[in-house]
Design a protein around this ligand. Structure first.
Ligand code: FEO
Length: 142
């Protein structure tokens, strides 16, 4: 059974992952509005990945007898000044998400929640890849 603190913290992360999906959908729409189909496609794939991240955490909570509560999703930005600005925003956003995942890992350690620690390792690895992908595109655009 998952502990209350961990359950609440993972619920917050589910909200953050859905927000990420929403943000990337907004970025996809920005690129579609500029006729930049390749960039729009990249964002749509990211959007789908973020929903998958949320549902992976959802599965963890449910498997451990917890409850997932859907909270309001804040509205993302919808406009940027250039494609480079968009990918810089992606880079900054993913760095922020890495911080959130690291905080979850710290909490899991504090709570001695071995199951959450194992589940979160996947996210630690995923964040390395997500940050690297964003940094590479920023570099290319520059
Ligand atoms: Fe779910 Fe892009 O982190």
């Amino acid at each position: 059974m998952i502990g209350k603190k961990m359950e609440e913290a993972i619920n917050e992360q589910i909200n953050a992952e859905i927000y990420s999906a929403y943000l990337y959908a907004a970025m996809a729409s920005y690129f579609d509005s500029k006729g930049l189909k390749g960039f729009a496609n990249w964002m749509k794939i990211q959007c789908g990945e973020e929903v998958a991240h949320a549902m992976r955490l959802y599965g963890h909570v449910i498997e451990r007898g917890g409850r997932v509560i859907m909270k309001p999703i804040k509205g993302p930005e919808n406009d940027w000044k250039s494609p480079l600005a968009v990918f810089e925003a992606v880079s900054a956003h993913e760095a922020k998400v890495t911080g959130l995942i690291n905080n979850l890992v710290k909490l899991a350690r504090k709570e001695e929640d071995e199951a959450a620690l194992v589940a979160l390792q996947w996210f630690v690895t995923e964040q390395v890849e997500e940050e690297a992908n964003a940094a590479e595109i920023v570099q290319k655009l520059k």
